[in-house]
Design a protein around this ligand. Structure first.
Ligand code: DX5
Ligand code: ZN
Length: 218
């Protein structure tokens, strides 16, 4: 069985109390940090200076999800900040293989994200260049949206390709993950689950993480 990892998204946390919000998810496998620039997505969050401070105080490894234009220029700086993994959107990169190599050379795991309408097939030959493939299960930009069920076959095809390639990469899903949808995503082959509202929207985020992990571990 695949190792089931839960990565709560701080997009649903209280941005004025980030250090305390991080302490509430210390049983998570990682913390998912959504960086948005109001160009690649129609929303704006935080940038490198704030992410560097989160990195300094977080009890769990950082998993950055960069929803930004000109990502080839920015992503390496997040790797230099010591983050565990840095995920860029393939739609925003001019040279995804080069960028993935740069991230790894700087000591970060290399993640590549696909918007819901971006097919996985053109990228199957570069799986060995990646540590993680992020299949978006909502349109990126906002928390609290509904899981897009028609992404399940894409997750299944990606998992089959990963098994066939000999590459050892994780498949992450992000958007609309709840105690109900997580099992479907896990059955399709995902093994890292981002959850924003399903963690921070609950009275006890730590208990929500344990409940999600139980449902996501097949
Ligand atoms: C959306 C972000 C997600 C978001 C998920 O663009 O990438 O990480 O926080 O939020 P939920 O889990 O509420 O769908
Ligand atoms: Zn995200």
């Amino acid at each position: 069985p695949l190792q089931c990892c839960i990565s709560p998204s701080i997009l649903s946390a209280d941005f004025v109390n980030l250090e305390a919000e991080l302490a509430r998810i210390s049983n998570a496998d990682a913390v998912h940090v959504d960086v948005m620039d109001n160009h690649f997505v129609p929303n704006l969050t935080i940038g490198l200076p704030v992410v560097e401070r989160i990195q300094a105080v977080s009890p769990v490894p950082l998993d950055a999800h960069l929803m930004i234009a000109e990502v080839d220029r920015w992503a390496p700086q997040y790797a230099d900040a010591g983050l565990d993994s840095v995920t860029f959107h393939v739609e925003a990169s001019n040279a995804p293989i080069k960028l993935a190599r740069e991230l790894r050379a700087r000591g970060a795991k290399a993640g590549m994200a696909l918007r819901p309408a971006t097919p996985v097939e053109p990228y199957l030959d570069m799986l060995t260049e990646l540590d993680m493939l992020l299949i978006m299960t909502v349109e990126p930009g906002f928390g609290g949206q509904a899981f897009i069920d028609v992404m399940l076959p894409k997750i299944r095809r990606a998992r089959a390709a990963v098994e066939g390639s000999g590459a050892n990469l994780a498949i992450q899903v992000d958007g609309g993950i709840t105690e109900e949808t997580i099992t479907r995503a896990a059955e399709a082959g995902a093994n890292i689950f981002v959850a924003g509202s399903a963690v921070y929207g609950k009275p006890s985020p730590a208990e929500a993480i344990d409940a999600l992990r139980a449902k996501g571990q097949l």
